[in-house]
Ligand binder design. Structure first.
Ligand code: HEM
Length: 389
């Protein structure tokens, strides 16, 4: 399934073919944000308060949903949540990060202390019903018009799994598409939320990236394209520094040893769970000077040749090796394109010019975590927003 996903969806070749989806979704979301600003601005102030965490989440979800199941969701950053199933997704992540007694003491599992297993079963059912609905719609669409069947990944999978027994084919299709939505949405949008929060606390870096945009793109051009974004080296350094300080999966994904082996002098026996503390590795003071500070410049000087694709073990926000994140290229494209555009289109300010308390974790998706509410105002001349290209 990993190979299939990479070949059919996440390879550089496939991603290039889907460039228009990313550019169009980012453009639509920016237009909506601009319209929101236009509607809410007052005669005494051109600043409008927006919940950017929700905006980042909506744009990421729309890019992924369009590619995977050919769907979009309505905006939620204007106030109320518009899609009921996001609550199930939030609960999924909350439960995934929870310490469950039975993980450490399996013999206590039958007691389900804290009731987490019961909640997990409930969430799993809700998410299954969601993706079941998408699958049903796809089948109905194909029954009406076979020609449209391969417009998105779920459609491609339906064709490829034609010869597999129906119950198994449905399970494989639902599980694969759900794992893509769950694996890609939260991680990518959290990283953008952290990046903006870090930039708001480091105004020099914010000014510098906007200057880079002005010199490479120019204030008379509305949309930053993916080919423009490739040349924004300071923005890329900001993304790496954000992924270093706030890896979206700080403890990565738990691995289980499938055989006995020795690593670095430690004997690991079969069945052992291995949890990678990426947060700690990324802040190792022996590797990173001023390891807790946000210094994107390090990726243009001392760590110029470091990338995040699993080759430099000191920086592995996407993991490394044969189970590393297959969505790395796609995630980097979405991060670069969305951040480049939103920083090009708008000025940002925190309410009452206060620094954001990073311990309050604006990046977390949990409904209890702090939203990232900031003032936005346009930074390009009005005629540019009114132009269509
Ligand atoms: C900033 C964005 C992202 C980060 C930081 C991230 C990070 C990770 C990490 C740390 C792992 C575990 C690697 C390991 O087990 O060693 C992982 C696995 C995975 N990621 Fe991502 N990811 C991101 C975006 C995405 C996207 C956009 C997708 C798909 C559209 C995706 C799909 C997956 C899948 C399917 C796996 C499981 C792979 C396997 O078990 O073989 N991720 N990701």
């Amino acid at each position: 399934m990993r190979k299939f996903i990479i070949i059919e969806l996440l390879s550089n070749h496939r991603l290039n073919l889907l460039k228009h989806v990313r550019e169009s979704e980012v453009n639509t979301s920016l237009q909506q944000l601009y319209q929101l600003w236009n509607k809410k601005k007052s005669s005494n102030s051109d600043k409008v308060l927006v919940e950017m965490k929700r905006w980042f989440r909506d744009v990421t979800l729309n890019v992924i949903l369009m590619m995977v199941v050919g769907k979009r969701i309505p905006n939620s950053y204007e106030g109320v949540e518009t899609v009921e199933w996001k609550k199930s997704v939030d609960e999924f992540f909350e439960l995934g990060a929870k310490f469950v007694t039975a993980d450490a003491f399996p013999f206590l599992r039958w007691l389900d202390i804290g009731g987490e297993e019961k909640r997990m079963k409930k969430v799993s059912k809700e998410l299954d019903q969601l993706v079941e609905g998408w699958l049903r719609e796809h089948k109905e669409k194909i029954a009406e018009n076979e020609a449209n069947s391969e417009e998105d990944f779920m459609g491609v999978m339906l064709t490829k799994l034609r010869d597999v027994e129906e119950h198994d084919a449905n399970t494989i299709n639902k599980a694969t598409n759900l794992s893509l939505v769950l694996g890609g949405e939260d991680t990518t949008s959290i990283t953008m939320t952290w990046a903006l929060a870090l930039l708001l606390n480091n105004r020099d870096a914010l000014n510098k990236v906007q200057q880079e945009l002005d010199s490479h793109v120019g204030k008379d051009k509305l949309l930053v394209t993916e080919s423009d974004a490739k040349n924004l080296v300071y923005l890329q350094a900001i993304i790496k520094e954000t992924l270093r300080l706030y890896p979206a999966a700080p403890l990565s994904v738990t691995h289980e040893a499938i055989e006995d082996y020795t690593v670095n002098g430690y004997n690991i026996s079969v069945g052992t769970w291995l949890i990678f503390n990426l947060h700690k590795i990324h802040r190792d003071p022996h590797i990173w000077t001023n390891s807790n500070e946000f210094r994107p410049e390090r990726f243009m000087a001392t760590h110029k040749d470091f990338d995040v694709r699993g080759q430099n073990f000191e920086l592995i926000p996407f993991g490394s090796g044969r189970r590393m994140c297959p969505g790395v290229s796609f995630a980097l494209q979405v991060l670069q394109l969305t951040l480049a555009n939103v920083l090009h289109w708008f000025e940002f300010e925190t309410p009452s010019d206060e620094a954001i308390d990073m311990r309050e974790a604006p990046g977390l998706t949990s409904p209890k975590a702090t939203p990232l509410e900031v003032y936005i105002s346009p930074r390009l001349p009005t005629f540019v927003y009114n132009s269509t290209s």
